[in-house]
Structures are given as structure tokens and as C-alpha cells.
Design a protein around this ligand. Sequence first.
Ligand SMILES: Nc1ncnc2c1ncn2[C@@H]1O[C@H](COP(=O)(O)OP(=O)(O)OP(=O)(O)O)[C@@H](O)[C@H]1O
Ligand SMILES: [Mg+2]
Length: 161
Amino acid sequence: MEGLELASRSPEQTHLLGRHLGELAREADVFLLIGELGTGKTCLVQGIADGLAVEEYAFSPSFVILREYQGRLPLYHIDLYRLERPEEIADLGLEEYFYSRGVCVIEWAERAPSILPEENLLVTLRYVADSETGRCICLKPHGERYRQLSNELTVREEIWS
Ligand SMILES: Nc1ncnc2c1ncn2[C@@H]1O[C@H](COP(=O)(O)OP(=O)(O)OP(=O)(O)O)[C@@H](O)[C@H]1O
Ligand SMILES: [Mg+2]
């Protein structure tokens, strides 16, 4: 499968995609999020938290790299925006989270290419020209688990309507 593409028209629609991802998420899933400032990565993560039945979603300061939430599965929200030097990544010990049973969602994943699991769902968010709330969201599976997840997403009609 080449990938899925969603033309999101609103934050609500991006959140809805996240909710379905959260509902379909399994133990040890890894979702990588890539996209310019303000494209909606955190919005998507909030939807994922919702789909994982996280009850206490707290907005923590933006300098926090790792936030942990309890839902149906643990959710690790990792945001690498503040990472200044690639060497810092090693000190964070993120591998521990990647290979635990929780679901890892990583914003600005392109800042740490060397340590990311090879199998993942790569989500790229882009602005759409001349539209304040339009976003193009591309989902690309790497590995069998994520192809299966993509197939499950395609039949969730609510997302695409
Ligand atoms: N279709 C859309 N999907 C998601 N967010 C949208 C959309 N249209 C408008 N927005 C707005 O864009 C902003 C997205 O902010 P968000 O914090 O999710 O972006 P981000 O990619 O996480 O940014 P950063 O790189 O700073 O972490 C929100 O203010 C949201 O309301
Ligand atoms: Mg963000």
C-alpha cells in the first residue's frame, strides 16, 4: 500500500482521524508525526488520546519532551521540537518507550531519524494553499502491522466523509 491521504477541512476532522487511530492502536504502536509548525500534530495527538480513552489530558508546557498519559494503553507523547543537538537524543533514553507496551506518538520525528523504530506509521501534515483550515494528512505504513492498521482505517467511513 502506498499510503492514505485525508483532506482535513477543520481541527475537528483532524481530531476525528486521531480518535480512530487511538481506537485502533495496539500495544507498542509507533506513530511518527511530521509537519511544519501549526499544521495540527498536537491536535491529532489529542484525538489519539481520546481514542485511547485517556481521561486526564493535561496541557503541559511546550518545553516538555515526554508526556505520559494513562488510557486503555499508556500513551507516550514525545515532542522533539526543542531538541537542539542530535546528541541530546541519546540522553533521553527514548528506546525504553518505543519498545514498551505503550503507544508512542512522536512530533518532529525527523529530528531523531537514527533512533526511530523501522516499523511505524508515518503521518505527514501539510498546509493547503489559500485555506486557513485545510490540511493534507498523509499516512504511510512501514511494516505489516501498520499496513493492517491502514486497512482498518480505510473502512472507517466517518473519517473520510
Ligand atoms: N484542519 C486542521 N487540522 C488541525 N488543526 C487545524 C486545522 N485547521 C486549523 N487548525 C488550527 O491549527 C492549529 C494547529 O495547532 P497544533 O498545536 O495542533 O499544531 P502542531 O503541528 O502541533 O504545531 P507545533 O509544531 O507548534 O507543535 C490549531 O490552532 C488548530 O485549531
Ligand atoms: Mg505540537
